[in-house]
Design a protein around this ligand. Sequence first.
Ligand code: FES
Length: 111
Amino acid sequence: MIRVRFVAADGTEGREVEAEEGAVLLEVAQNAGQPLEGTCEGQMSCSTCHVVVDAKDYARLPRASEEEEDMLDLAIGATRTSRLACQIVLTRDLDGLTVRMPPEHRDMQGR
Ligand code: FES
């Protein structure tokens, strides 16, 4: 199992969950009740699955593709360690990964 820690946008401690190797971070986050919409379901055309990866963990992730970088340019509150959760496949190397919800979550329902 791979441990993943989710931290709320305001920096408050979130929750730690265990995920299967090969699971996609977006699904793991949604199953853990995190506020990521993932509207395009991994097609890299929405950026609503944007998360901010902990700086110490960022280098452990495989590099983002050019398409992902382009989407991140449009993501609200993106930082240098932002990634799209739909593009992150969990591997053993990522055990202990910590990600934070983006500072300004845009709610598509306007609530
Ligand atoms: S789910 Fe749309 S870009 Fe990740």
